[in-house]
Design a protein around this ligand. Structure first.
Ligand code: ZN
Length: 247
């Protein structure tokens, strides 16, 4: 090997090493851990802000019977308890403090549009074949947010029932779609916070489990018009009825 050629090889090696070691550090931005949202640091009781709000939405299905977690960006004892139940359910150390392991599990559970992996906006906005988020009782942005929150609670139900698939036959409905399917004029489907589940798990198991998953409205078998689906929603005030399931 000539000295000229040797120096070319050495230069190539140097450039290669520089490209591997120096360039990525110097020019590449820090990669986000997740396409939806990336938490940094640790959240615990006393934490507050948008990072807490986003966490609360994802653990709101992990509450006690009849409890509805307040999504307010304030990490209090109820948020800590919900985080603890989420951690225990997914095999993590259940300390009620959200750190890299908890966030890592959430990243695995969510899609880039922030929906949980087993539910989708497409499924929840069939809307009599028209799709979309518009034409309901609240703004399209609010409908979208309400659907997102409902789907995270549904994801909790799914995991509690052994990770069996749950179908959604109806989610958001605009005013004319709601009327055409005979929905109540004040139906929560107009707000996007209601989902109608079909089996998978039995309709009664879905109704029972919804009680500990943050749903204040539950209607299932034995309630008029609900023998072929279980309806869940997040209305103000509790209203549950599924007589055939003992609810
Ligand atoms: Zn319904």
């Amino acid at each position: 090997m000539s000295s000229t050629r040797l120096s070319r090889v050495l230069l190539a090696l140097f450039v290669g090493v520089a490209a591997l070691v120096v360039v990525p550090i110097a020019t590449a931005p820090v990669a986000a851990a997740d396409g939806c949202y990336t938490w940094s640091g640790t959240l615990r009781q006393g934490s507050s802000g948008d990072a807490v709000t986003r966490l609360q939405i994802r653990v709101a299905g992990w509450v006690t019977s009849g409890e509805v977690l307040t999504i307010d960006g304030q990490f209090g004892p109820r948020t800590a308890a919900a985080v603890q139940r989420f951690q225990a359910a997914y095999g993590l150390a259940a300390d009620g403090i959200a750190g890299p392991q908890t966030f890592g599990r959430i990243y695995e559970l969510q899609d880039d549009d922030c929906t949980p992996i087993h539910f989708s906006f497409a499924e929840a906005t069939q809307n009599c074949g028209r799709g979309g988020f518009s034409g309901g009782a609240v703004s399209a942005a609010q409908v979208r947010e309400n659907l997102l929150r409902a789907m995270w609670k549904a994801e909790a139900i799914r995991h509690k029932l052994g990770d069996r698939p749950i179908g959604v036959s109806s989610g958001f409905r605009d005013t004319s779609c709601n009327a055409s399917v005979g929905g109540a004029s004040n139906s929560r489907h107009l707000y996007g916070d209601a989902l109608d589940f079909v089996p998978g798990p039995s309709l009664c198991d879905l109704a029972r489990t919804a009680r500990t998953s943050g749903f204040s409205g539950i209607f299932g078998p034995g309630y008029p018009g609900h023998n072929d689906h279980t309806h869940v929603d997040s209305r103000g005030g509790r209203s549950w009825s599924a007589p055939s399931c003992g609810i």
